[in-house]
Write a protein that binds this ligand. Sequence first.
Ligand SMILES: Cc1cc2nc3c(=O)[nH]c(=O)nc-3n(C[C@H](O)[C@H](O)[C@H](O)COP(=O)(O)OP(=O)(O)OC[C@H]3O[C@@H](n4cnc5c(N)ncnc54)[C@H](O)[C@@H]3O)c2cc1C
Length: 334
Amino acid sequence: MSFTGTFGNGSGLRYIHRKNLLQALADELPIDTIHFSCKIAAIETQTHDGSSPVIIHLGDGTLIKAKVLIGCDGVHSMVARWLGLSAPVKSGRSAGLGMAVFPEGHGLSHEVRQFIDVGLRAGYVPLNDKEIYWFLTCNSPPKGENLAGNPELLQKEVLDKYAKVLPPLLVDIIQKSDLSTLHWAPLMFRHPWNMLIGNLSKGNITVAGDAMHPMTPDLGQGGCSALEDAVVLGRHIGNSFIKNKRLVTTGDNNVGQAIDEYVKERKWRVTGLITGSYLSGWVQNGGSKWWMKFLRDVIFYRLFFGWILSIAKYDCGKLPSVSPAKPDKQSKLD
Ligand SMILES: Cc1cc2nc3c(=O)[nH]c(=O)nc-3n(C[C@H](O)[C@H](O)[C@H](O)COP(=O)(O)OP(=O)(O)OC[C@H]3O[C@@H](n4cnc5c(N)ncnc54)[C@H](O)[C@@H]3O)c2cc1C
């Protein structure tokens, strides 16, 4: 099965190197605002003159006093734990992924190819003329945990186990993987009801991205919805900032209220994505029993697949527009 171009409604697949995305995001921030390679070790809240600054303790001993804390710390989020959200659960499936490099060029067209077999889904995406991203999801193998952090073993296991069912081209791509890019992880998600009844925020502390809504990758929406979070959160905090001309933690339009609005706006959308992703993966990775084939090939692909892909077309609104600050007057947000 191949996917290419747009789905007729303007939405479609866009591929981006994680490194380029992170670089583009980092380039928007003032220099020295990012602390690299240090984890949040603890979170402390204080009440001081009616406001509640957050004290973030980093693993290297640094303390950061902040007016707002937005935990974008991934599936095993420490901030989500602090909020009391339930831990993500394993879906019973795992994913392997990597990037193959063809120094002379791979010569393939820029379309996504996907292959499905019983309990297995794999595919590749040319990122540019020389690099191809590949992925494979399967029912979690018993040795799954050992594969994480062991790229040679991961490549060997994938080839030993699946080379006979995968097309030769995909086998060649996996063989040409840059070992430093290989990853293996169990696919996890947060129970959808925890999104509806759990605390997604507390005052001026919240979560975004996988920290809020870990989902299986079957709709390819985990990263996209993290970007949606950023726009929605940016809009609500931005409006609060514009109304008060600064970030305030008390009084009208304070940042805690902006965060409440963000949570309200995102809750149902991400609950739907978690559920849709899980069901999509369950059907597509399902077994070979006649009813599962019927469910997958007739019901899912013919009736629901187009609708599921259209979920990606979502208008999360715009950021408030303000005239840019002059560089010399630009202040750093704490
Ligand atoms: C196989 C697979 C395929 C996927 N395909 C797609 C796709 O096609 N499209 C799509 O949109 N999404 C896809 N996703 C999902 C996407 O990768 C994630 O949703 C996205 O990376 C989430 O971004 P994030 O910034 O929230 O979390 P992450 O990318 O996990 O980043 C979290 C960051 O927080 C850091 N961190 C962790 N703990 C701490 C701590 N205590 N203190 C400080 N920092 C911490 C980590 O080091 C990391 O840098 C896929 C996922 C998988 C597994």
